[in-house]
Design a protein around this ligand. Structure first.
Ligand code: C5P
Length: 235
């Protein structure tokens, strides 16, 4: 699996400041993993930290889940592309026009990150989505939004490992699936609900695994990463 040219593990940098982020990142190698910067770290440290990570040779997934009017999301995607990130995401529920504008903005950029959709957040239950007016099974809505994302020119979606096989079957093998909710066998589940091991997630068709605490909270993060890579060697 994780070759030196295409690492499939994306480490979630859920840190509060640059010092603790770099304390971890300095122990990692760009040939073995990619990095995810989410809302907290970005709001605290901004584009300068993202550029620092890129300058160290890492591919960065900017996980800001843009959702706004098409023009605003397009401008934000253009800015992310200019920052040099490898992957950026938008909410698929922003609609076809918003996603198409995002696609066009990236196509016009010199650097072209992968453009990924967010469907239904895995934190939402059937009751939660009914309360906001969607009286459907979450998996049906996930599939609906993933198909719309594909039709609108997105490269793939973030999804739970449980949704991977149906999305690959219904949309196609080339549709890029990025999955959090991954835990090595025996690791703490933390606040994740339904988890798969890294090898199970890759075997079911996931393209990239987002993994945070099993690596970032380990006393030897590089070894924890290498152990996961070893587990997935034949996937
Ligand atoms: O530490 P852990 O492996 O649970 O981190 C998972 C990362 O993936 C976190 O940054 C979390 O915000 C993100 N994520 C998730 N579930 C989703 C979407 C994103 O865990 N449905």
């Amino acid at each position: 699996m994780t070759s030196v040219h295409d690492p499939r593990i994306i480490i979630a940098l859920d840190f509060k400041d640059e010092a603790s982020t770099m304390a971890l990142v300095d122990q990692l190698e760009p040939s073995l993993c990619r990095l995810k910067v989410g809302k907290e770290l970005f709001v605290r440290c901004g584009p300068l930290l993202v550029k620092k990570l890129i300058n160290k040779g890492f591919d960065v997934f900017l996980d800001l889940k843009f959702h706004d009017i098409p023009n605003t999301v397009a401008a934000a995607c253009h800015a992310a592309a200019d920052m040099g990130v490898w992957m950026v995401n938008v909410h698929a529920s922003g609609g076809r026009k918003m996603m198409q504008f995002a696609r066009d903005a990236i196509e016009k950029s010199e650097h072209k990150p992968l453009l990924i959709g967010v469907t239904i957040l895995t934190s939402l239950t059937r009751q939660d989505i009914a309360e906001v007016g969607l009286d459907v099974e979450p998996v049906d809505q996930v599939l609906r939004l993933a198909k719309l994302a594909n039709d609108s020119g997105l490269d793939g979606v973030v999804c739970s490992p449980q949704e991977v096989s149906i999305l690959k079957r219904e949309i196609g093998q080339d549709f890029c699936l990025v999955t959090p909710g991954v835990r090595p066998a025996g690791a703490a589940i933390d606040d994740q609900q339904r988890v798969m091991t890294p090898s199970q997630a890759l075997s079911s068709g996931s393209d990239y695994l987002v993994i945070g605490r099993p690596i970032t909270a380990n006393h030897d993060p590089l070894q924890a990463l290498k152990d996961i890579i070893d587990e997935c060697q034949n996937c």
